[in-house]
Ligand binder design. Sequence first.
Ligand code: UDP
Ligand code: MG
Length: 316
Amino acid sequence: MKKLSVIVPCYNEEECIPLFYKTVSETVKQLPVELEFVFVDDGSRDKTLPLLRELARGDERVRYLSFSRNFGKEAALFAGLQAAKGDLVSVMDADLQDPPELLLTMYKGIEEEGYDCVGCRRTDRKNEPKVRSAFARLFYRLINRMADTEIVDGARDFRMMTRRMTDAILSLPERDRFSKELFSWVGFKTKWLEYENRERAAGKTKWNFKKLTRYAVGGIEGATTSLLKVNLWMAFLFLLACFGFVVADIVLAALGEYVSALFILLPVLFFIAFALLLGLFVVSEYVKKIFVQVRGRPVYLVRESAEDLRAGEGRQ
Ligand code: UDP
Ligand code: MG
């Protein structure tokens, strides 16, 4: 029987954990899998940890890790992925905003339809402050324009993956992790389920505007180096301005008009700015190479091989 690991990042989720545990245990009973909970307590200050201890004492399938302080959801996710032992690995929020019954459809998608991953995207952003939705939309538009991999708008971290895809994600060694991009960067066949946004079962959201902004900016920085091109664009703007002034000066001189010192000096200054920015652009091209090298992502990832086929693990 296959093992299913359910990874749950928890930050001050005392109100949600008992209900989460109960609901997910009940739901997964309908699947022919052995269940494993991997709770990651992200430095909670409420009764999250004592609750997890109690669950682990009473149920062998419950495992937990507790961080020394709050390291953030990305860190908790990574810790959970590293700890999970399942052949199938699922990531879920503790607040039941991720509908547990979708686990059944996800399982089917992987086991019967041959997908490597079944993810979830919400089709609406009801129950969310309007400003937050607007910023989220802007974020997705920006990052998708700049990054090479597609970051699906509204995609949750909630998903189920095969062991192979999980290992692929773990093989990306970067410290500064932005999972939404990593999930997409590793490739593999992903099926998207759509569902309507749900309210939290209890408790409050752990994200404030500052935290979300930091998350979004960090994501853009991590996912793409195209911001570095700004040097090149600025350089060309200055070059254009320089030409404009040179042409204007020549025309004025040809017409016998008076050309002021400022009009002669400005194109020179613009040219210097252009030259400096061009130099900066060259440096940033090397920064880009260093960034890619230091990030150390694998050059390729294998989805299937003849060995897998012979071992009976070939996929449709
Ligand atoms: N979370 C975490 N560390 C944090 C913030 C959040 O582990 O610093 C967990 C949280 O306990 C929850 C999940 O990440 O299980 C999603 O958080 P939340 O529901 O607050 O986010 P939202 O659904 O509002 O985007
Ligand atoms: Mg939530």
